[in-house]
Design a protein around this ligand. Structure first.
Ligand SMILES: NC(=O)c1ccc[n+]([C@@H]2O[C@H](COP(=O)([O-])OP(=O)(O)OC[C@H]3O[C@@H](n4cnc5c(N)ncnc54)[C@H](OP(=O)(O)O)[C@@H]3O)[C@@H](O)[C@H]2O)c1
Length: 274
């Protein structure tokens, strides 16, 4: 069932990681529903290109590096300066496809900050702002199918997404029966810049065959969020694999993940900075 645009007139969404991939696709989905947008990421030019594709709604751009401490609270202050935020899309994230002992602490610290700490800080600001319960509010947190098991060569990334899933599902249950809904989306492989940035790429045929488009993931995510669902896994293959993993021992699930993902590439791109 397609939501009606007039239903969202005057509503504002904050979308993190909106400069590419799933975040950009979610921004376009929300714009099509008539939701005004605050788009954030580090690259202003890429955000402006996405904003140009979000027709018929007001779009604000706030640049910031959510891999830095305190950036989330500064972002929230900037995003709410011109009005309340009714929808929070916690999408920004990155991973590295590499053994833990081949990476340094600076990259780990940035991953922990971006994927978990900044996400929690924004969730805190959003929940506090909606405590009075004045109207419907939606939070959508992007985890991964990696949230369902340990993933060798993406150990810290998969652990961060397990955190996002458990945190989101706990918040969902706490807010049952209130105007605030919390939804977690767990995409599998999606065709975005994530893989070039993570140093991944030599994936098995099954990983490549099950890859989804960011638009497919965004549609499923926004639909689930508006329906107030708890968790959604977009795509049949991903649904089967996240369901089937409960019948394997955790050690075997980890081995299967290693086979499905294949070997890491030889070089890991340098992290981009603001
Ligand atoms: N692609 C997949 O296969 C896949 C699968 C499962 C889950 N996911 C999750 O989906 C989410 C979106 O990823 P994607 O696949 O769309 O990848 P993407 O195209 O690389 O998008 C990542 C977004 O996060 C932003 N970002 C990265 N580092 C940031 C930082 N330090 N501060 C602020 N923004 C930052 C990037 O913008 P700037 O570079 O401009 O800052 C970009 O907009 C992530 O949470 C990812 O873990 C992806």
């Amino acid at each position: 069932m397609r939501a009606h645009t007039s239903q969202f007139k005057g509503q504002r969404a904050l979308v993190t990681g909106a400069s590419s991939g799933i975040g950009a696709a979610i921004a376009r989905e929300l714009a099509a529903l008539g939701v005004d947008l605050v788009l954030t990421a580090r690259r202003r030019d890429a955000l402006e290109a996405v904003a140009a594709t979000c027709q018929g709604v007001k779009v604000e751009i706030v640049t910031g590096d959510l891999g830095q401490p305190d950036a989330a609270r500064a972002l929230w202050a900037a995003a709410t300066a011109s009005g309340p935020i009714d929808i929070l899309i916690n999408n920004a994230g990155f991973g590295y496809f590499r053994r833990f002992d081949e990476v340094d602490w600076a990259r780990d610290a940035e991953l922990i900050q971006l994927n978990m700490t900044s996400l929690v800080a924004l969730a805190r600001c959003f929940v506090d702002a909606h405590k009075a319960g004045s109207g419907p509010a939606h939070m959508l947190n992007i985890a991964s199918t990696g949230a369902y098991q340990s993933v060798p060569n993406m150990a810290l990334y998969a652990a961060s997404k397990t955190f996002v899933r458990n945190f989101s599902e706990g918040l969902h249950d706490e807010h049952r029966g209130t105007p605030l809904s919390v939804t977690c989306v767990c995409p599998g492989g999606t065709d975005t810049g994530f893989h070039a940035a993570s140093g991944g790429g030599d994936y098995s045929w099954i990983a490549n065959a099950s890859t989804q488009s960011p638009e497919f993931v965004a549609q499923a995510a926004v639909r689930a969020m508006l329906q107030g669902q708890r968790t959604v896994v977009p795509g049949l293959f991903n649904q089967l694999s996240t369901f089937g993993v409960r019948f394997l021992s955790r050690r075997w699930a980890s081995r299967v993940a290693t086979q499905v993902l294949g070997r890491p590439r030889l070089t890991l791109p340098a992290r981009s900075t603001t």
